[in-house]
Write a protein that binds this ligand. Structure first.
Ligand SMILES: [Zn+2]
Length: 344
């Protein structure tokens, strides 16, 4: 049987010069000869590109040289005769297919974990954490915020106590235990806002108190924050953020940054649409049970949005807007939330 000979163009990997050569088999080796080129390499040391349409197939040599082969039929025959090469290519293709499938599955699993698993795990942890841990988280977060964005409230003690008392007197719609304490802080930076810390501390800014036209609007906001507390929303978000942070830190190899980042996370945190809706539903129930119209909260939301829209416009060129948790401006859902509350 005549040995298979395949025409090819050879490049030595150093110059751009093309050499016309002939490929043939010598046992388990490939022989390249012609035009001042003569080499012999074990087939197992060569890498042969896949067959892709009319494009020439490439044979790569370990030293950087390569051959371009246009005679596809001839090369297939030569490879087949050499034993396993073509099979190997097919195997490689299959392996690639599997690798690709594995990547797709892995990405899907991570995405599903992020979308569903992470919130579920965070919720589970949030309801398992001991009170002591919550107290510590709350304390360190508040002391961080006190340094970063808050100063002591300018409201009189009487005013503060009157608001605290009015809220404490309200009946609470369910029996889930959520100890809470209301504190006031002045914060021109953050403006009118309120937030529920993981330990049950609800912080209300002086700016929110003065923005309200009626105390029932403030009570509405407090009821909304209590709703967040009951469902442990801020805690869940913090845990979720910490898990993501920890995974990222583990990935880049800096774990200590996660613990340090916890209080800042509170500033960057935004509740999800669902969390806001849940807190609104809770607030509406609580207000109604106490003979207060949920529209009070809706009015306050509208006022808050307006206040923050103009504040953001003023700040456009200033420092970066702190991504404070709750009622912040440019919240696309605010209108929808107002409507839902008014329907109540
Ligand atoms: Zn909220």
């Amino acid at each position: 049987m005549r040995p298979v000979q395949v025409k090819a163009v050879y490049f030595d990997g150093q110059s751009a010069r093309a050499h016309d050569v002939v490929l043939s088999l010598a046992g388990a080796s490939l022989e390249v000869s012609g035009d001042s080129i003569s080499r012999r390499d074990a087939l197992s040391n060569l890498r042969v590109s896949e067959l892709m349409g009319e494009a020439p197939r490439l044979i790569k040599f370990p030293d950087g040289a390569h051959c371009e082969v246009r005679d596809h039929a001839g090369l297939s025959e030569l490879l087949a005769e050499g034993g396993h090469r073509d099979g190997l290519v097919v195997q490689l293709q299959n392996r690639w297919r599997w690798a690709l499938a594995a990547v797709v599955i892995a990405v899907a699993a991570v995405a599903a974990g992020y979308r569903w698993g992470l919130p579920a795990v965070s919720e589970w942890i949030a309801f398992k954490l001991p009170g002591k841990a919550l107290a510590q988280m709350g304390e360190s977060t508040l002391s961080y915020l006190d340094q970063a964005v808050f100063s002591p409230s300018k409201l009189s003690d009487n005013r503060q106590q009157a608001l605290q008392k009015a809220f404490v007197q309200l009946a609470v719609p369910d029996e889930i235990d959520a100890a809470h304490v209301i504190v006031f802080r002045d914060s021109p930076v953050i403006g009118a806002n309120a937030m529920a810390l993981p330990d049950g501390t609800i912080v209300v800014t002086d700016q929110l108190v003065s923005l309200a036209k009626h105390d029932e609007e403030i009570l509405g906001v407090l009821a909304h924050e209590l709703g967040h507390l009951k469902r442990r929303h801020s805690l869940r978000m913090l845990i979720q953020g910490s898990i993501v942070g920890a995974v990222l830190a583990w990935y880049v190899g800096d774990v200590s940054s996660v613990a340090a980042g916890l209080p800042t996370l509170m500033l960057q945190m935004r509740y999800s649409r669902d969390h806001e809706r849940e807190a609104d539903v809770y607030a509406a129930r609580m207000l109604k049970e106490n003979g207060i119209s949920p529209a009070r909260l809706a009015d306050m939301l509208a006022r808050l949005e307006q206040a923050h829209t103009s504040q953001t416009a003023q700040q456009k060129k200033g420092a970066e807007e702190p991504g404070f948790s709750d009622y912040f401006a440019s919240h696309p859902d605010t209108h929808e939330r107002i409507q839902a509350l008014e329907r109540n």
